[in-house]
Ligand binder design. Sequence first.
Ligand code: DGL
Length: 268
Amino acid sequence: MSFPNQNPVGIFDSGVGGLTVFAEVKKLLPDESVFYLGDTARVPYGSKSVDVIRRYSLANVNLLMTLGVKAVVVACNTASAAALSFVQSRFPNLEIIGVIEPVTEYLLTRPELKKIGIIGTNTTVASGAYQNALMKKRNDLTVSAKSCPLFVPLVEEGFFKGEIVEKVIDMYLGEMKRSSLDALVLGCTHYPMLRKAISDYFGGKIEILDTAFYTAKKLAEVLARNSAENRSSACSESDRFFVTDSPDSFRVTAELFLGHKIDNVFHV
Ligand code: DGL
């Protein structure tokens, strides 16, 4: 497969969550330009049915294709669980990667971690995608999973810490805290924005993993395998952000998370 190397990489999520993947991609692959799509008119995806998530995901990949991306990262666990193979089958000539496989592959290299907690949206947890990927290859694992649907609206509103966040964390994660896990996987790309609050809740005692870094590494491998890396930063376009609802609230939360101003947010 060959790609014009200077084309941007496309990343999509239901809202701001995929920015956790965007940030890791920019760290690891600073010469790549990224077109980020947040489907903010339809967030949250996590309580919607598989059919609906497939329809939205298809529309997102279509849109990114028309913007000329050379590869797509489905920076949403819910869409990765419900729609990844579906969109891959619809775009056989486009590299499309999800966020679940990279972190589960990494976990398989850590045999000392035996008691794993997975948290994600209703649809991700119900799909069993994490549980199956891990248990299929390691039968010595104990995997427990819990959906935490209120985390996404909190993050979308820029609530990353504070009393309300702590109460909601306690409501969802009390049982996992008592079960002395070795590691907790943040199986939703919004959740790393709550990482500090979650880690503090566990007293800093368990390993907290998220998908963003491993997904960025996987993207680097995929671009290298296709000889599609942008080798000349001077020619790369600047990053752009596209949202399906008003850019204003996206911009506010995005700037809070990224820690710098963004002015190129467009409504699509
Ligand atoms: N950030 C997404 C995920 O990783 C979607 C959350 C949602 O829209 O419910 O699952």
